[in-house]
Design a protein around this ligand. Structure first.
Ligand code: HC0
Ligand code: SF4
Length: 574
């Protein structure tokens, strides 16, 4: 620890802390548009300049480490003036389109302009006219609004190792865009939306599909059924002032009913179903000598990555569809039959923490297993929050309501799907039952939890060793894949039997469509919310969900049956 002073107040901080973080620990907010706790700081925007005792220059707090005995001033009228000028200069290069911007109300630049009372911009306006890129179904790039903070490039390269976005050009002419001026759809982009979650302004944002859901609700011909993903319930509260990790499942159901949807289902039901299908596939491969490790395939950005960059691993992918797609297929078959509603009259929507799910719904012809598009629209958590607000609903005072039967009920195992390691833990809870037909005494598997980028564990079940690995954030997957490939190419036993991969750091709880300002602190709080929800669940193993047992009895026959394959499994392509 070292001793410093911030704004004349003594404090102790860890050696190596940046002035920016030290100030944060002291409860002082230094503005910045480029630094983000997930990313390596690079001092691009210059807003975080501070004064250092005995130093004539003004260093940038994000890239300056504290030094023993030094006194720092973070705010005074002179620093405020400098910051104000920087904001004015950025505004002179920024379109004045706040009212219709994808980030209106949550833009970090807008907040700064407001806080600095900027009423006019004293510099000549100089906006480069560049077209919007709406080539993906997931996110929109509006390069005119780019303030060159670099967060999108850094997140795409450092956290995701995808390199779809690059710094192009130099100095004042630097642009952040797909290499060679290509469209995003032609780039290696996997649609994870992490760039949109880290962009401070409206240069990258989720494609807004709220109107599609509202139009369907307005159409008296349509029966609108909505499903909600595991991770939405621990995050949407943040948009209404609740702490990250607060579970609001019942209020989300209530809000959607008030917005006018006809049936509320839960993706968690199909998460339980995925465990039955994927678990059966795993046990089959394990006992009959199939390709191992089995790798999870419920994250569409991960599927996209695998298809684009590691197609040789496709045989390792589970053929089980993601819970969202299973739910969609069942909505237009099992549920439609039960309710005697023609499937063409059902509009199936999904609320997801993820921008990539918007693309998954048309990824492959298998996504039309019901004979129609199984999921018609995906809205992110952020879009649902806006929809709730525009509908005049006081979210916090809503009663807790229940989902609709029969594809709404779920177990604790399904809830934790939204956290890294959750699918693995849910599978382990049911795996023993699938192998032996009897129950295992252990329900929680602490060894697969946590935030380490790659986690491995060895689990002993019935005298057999099961080696598992979990990776989250695409940048963490490469080493794991190399290890698996090497063993395969050398004809050795696979290093793991089962591998879970989620493209976003922390898993879906930190998906690209979740409320803004996600940091590791927020991730941990949301994850804690998921595990708390699980712990309070009456039933905590997927195979014990009575509605899952019923759907097999009434409709799907057995896990892995012909019918299950037709509706619940998919193929991958190079
Ligand atoms: Fe996830 Fe899912 S857990 S991918 O992270 O498996 O988006 O929340 O909905 O489908 O269930 C996201 C979250 C889902 C799916 C589930 C899986
Ligand atoms: Fe990169 Fe993901 Fe953004 Fe695509 S969506 S540009 S992969 S961060």
């Amino acid at each position: 620890k070292i001793n410093i002073k911030i704004n004349n107040v003594p404090m102790e901080v860890e050696k190596g802390t940046s002035v920016l973080m030290a100030a944060k620990q002291a409860g002082i907010h230094i503005p910045t548009l480029c630094a983000h706790p997930d990313l390596t700081p690079w001092g691009a925007c210059g807003l975080c300049v501070v004064k250092v005792e005995g130093m004539p220059k003004l260093p940038r707090a994000c890239v300056t480490e504290v030094s023993e005995g030094t006194s720092y001033i973070t705010h005074d009228p002179e620093l405020n003036k400098i910051r104000r000028t920087i904001v004015e200069m950025i505004l002179s290069n920024h379109p004045n389109e706040c009212l219709t911007c994808g980030r209106s109300g949550s833009c970090e630049l807008q907040t700064l302009a407001a806080n600095f009372s900027i009423r006019e911009v004293p510099f000549e306006s100089n906006i480069t006219e560049l077209p919007k890129d709406e080539s993906t179904l997931s996110i929109v790039l509006d390069p005119r609004k780019c303030i060159k903070c670099g967060r999108c490039v850094l997140v795409c390269q450092q956290l995701q190792d995808v390199w779809a976005l690059e710094f192009i050009g130099r100095g004042d002419h630097t642009e952040m865009m797909p290499a060679a001026g290509a469209l995003l759809s032609e780039s290696p982009c996997i649609k994870c939306g992490q760039c949109s979650a880290h962009c401070p302004v409206g240069a990258i944002y989720e494609r807004d599909d709220t109107k599609k859901l509202l139009d369907a609700i307005l159409n008296p011909e349509l029966h609108v059924a909505v499903q909600i993903a595991p991770a939405v319930r621990v995050a949407i509260g943040e948009a209404f002032g609740l702490e990250p990790g607060t579970i609001t499942t019942g209020k989300i159901y209530a809000a959607l009913r008030r917005i006018g949807v006809d049936a509320i289902f839960d993706t968690n039901f199909s998460a339980d179903l995925t465990i039955m299908e994927e678990g059966t596939e795993f046990v089959d491969r394990l006992t009959k000598g199939g390709v191992l490790p089995l790798i999870t395939s419920c994250c569409p950005s991960w599927v996209d990555y695998m298809e684009k960059h590691c197609a040789d691993m496709i045989p390792n992918f589970s053929t089980a569809k993601s819970p969202m797609m299973m739910q969609g297929a069942l909505t237009k078959t099992y549920y439609a039959d039960k309710k005697e509603i023609p499937k063409e009259k059902i509009f199936s929507a999904a609320i997801m923490p993820c921008t990539s799910k918007k693309f998954e719904i048309v990824r492959h012809k298998d996504m039309y297993a019901s004979g129609r598009q199984d999921v018609d629209v995906v809205l992110t958590t952020r879009e649902l929050a806006r929809l709730i607000k525009q509908s005049g609903i006081d979210f916090l005072s809503l009663p807790d309501e229940e989902a609709d039967s029969p594809i709404g009920a779920y177990t604790g195992a399904a809830t934790i799907f939204g956290a890294t390691g959750g699918v693995m833990e849910a599978a382990l809870r049911t795996g023993y039952f699938l192998v032996t037909g009897s129950e295992y005494e252990k329900i929680t598997f602490e060894e697969v939890r946590g935030m380490e980028g790659i986690r491995t564990a060895s689990i002993h079940i019935n005298g057999k060793e099961l080696r598992v690995a979990i990776a989250h954030g695409v940048a963490n997957v490469r080493d794991l894949l190399t290890e698996i490939r090497q063993a395969r190419d050398e004809g050795k036993e696979p290093p793991y039997h089962f591998v879970e991969v989620m493209a976003c750091r922390g898993g879906c709880i930190a998906g690209g469509g979740q409320p803004y300002n996600t940091t590791d602190e927020v991730r941990n709080a949301r994850i804690a919310g998921m595990y708390a929800d699980d712990q309070h669940s009456e039933i905590r193993c997927s195979h014990k969900n009575p509605f899952i047992q019923e759907i097999y009895k009434e409709f799907l026959e057995t896990p892995g049956s012909g019918k299950a394959h037709e509706l619940l499994h998919t193929h991958y392509q190079h």
